[in-house]
Ligand binder design. Sequence first.
Ligand SMILES: *Cc1c(COP(=O)(O)O)cnc(C)c1O
Length: 409
Amino acid sequence: MNAAFDARLKAELDALRAAGTYKTLKHLTGPMAAEVHMQEAGDVVVLSSNNYLGLADDPEVIQAGIDGLRTYGAGTASVRFICGTLQIHRELEERIASFFGFGAALSYVSCWSANEGLIPTIATAGNTIISDELNHASIIDGCRLAAAKRTRYKHGDMDDLERKLREADGTAFIITDGVFSMEGSLANLPDIVGLAQRYGAVTIVDDSHGTGVMGKTGRGTIEHFGLEGKIDILTGTLGKALGGAAGGFVAGSPALIDTLIQRSRTQLFSNALPATVAASSLAAINRLAACPELLDRQHANIAYFRAGLARLGFRPLDGPSAIIPIIVGDTAFAIAMSDRLLKRGVFVTGFGFPVVPEGTARIRVQMSSALTRAELDRALAAFEAVGTELGVIGNQPVGSADFKGSELR
Ligand SMILES: *Cc1c(COP(=O)(O)O)cnc(C)c1O
């Protein structure tokens, strides 16, 4: 190792430690579930995973993965268009297309890879991509790779979006998260669809945090707003509610999917989703479709936990998703609070600057259908104890109902 380069890396890591933003990995000794055993902290209740429906250790999902591995082996050791497409890929993609109500779908090894494979392929030179400023990093990076003119609109600001649409060249692509992961808020899809129709724009929604959470049957934010058939392109992950392993997809028209098969670089030059993951994800979608009680339990848990926090004097941001952010202000404070919660057996991550704007550090709770009432009560007791220790409850409400993401970036 080049000693000077290594020294530079170490100095940069020290700077992260000094700023309190250094991340430490925690090691689980078993599957992701409502409670896990963590090497560093023992048995803990998990309030910070995207395992929204508790399917990561679902017996049917696990069995499907095992069967997929037995039937297809580890993989095809090649990219899809050469000799890497398996029957299970087609089954998964047909299921994704029909489940979400699109003409066709294509799987990728992650939603990151799907966004990077989609955006530059369609947002070519002479066209314009218009992106919500709080969009996920994978959308931002996908946009950076595109030859199209790139613009951002202020978070959720429909007037700003309309201004950008008026200034757009060629085909305009509006791209947004369905559910914003740090706020738990939704994109204003009804107005976005209205503007897209007025200006002839193409709409793209990445609903990674909405899938398996929003909508009466868990089909996501599009279903929540009753906009089935009105969004042009959906991207999403299979690594959150839908089994939690990995994988992502693009759903859209057959011509779009065919274009991606021809041109999308993360599709052409990178291996397919492993068969075991394709099979377990397919089983997860089938579980969601067959078990509406998973969603009912998740919604009941969200209501129960929000009511419990309110009773203790916390004021989390409002929102309809499974994300419950408690704004505490200071980054170091958020990290200290999450450390103390972990010591009391609750795993919930604190996020600070630069992930969220300065002064809006937060504890982000994510609710899962897998959590029992007893686990939620244990978690609330820990919030009460830590809130009291840190002097943040009992005096005044914690959190800020006045916070608006749009004012802060
Ligand atoms: C989590 C997330 C991703 C990344 O998904 P992976 O499948 O893990 O790559 C992409 N977009 C959004 C909006 C996300 O929340």
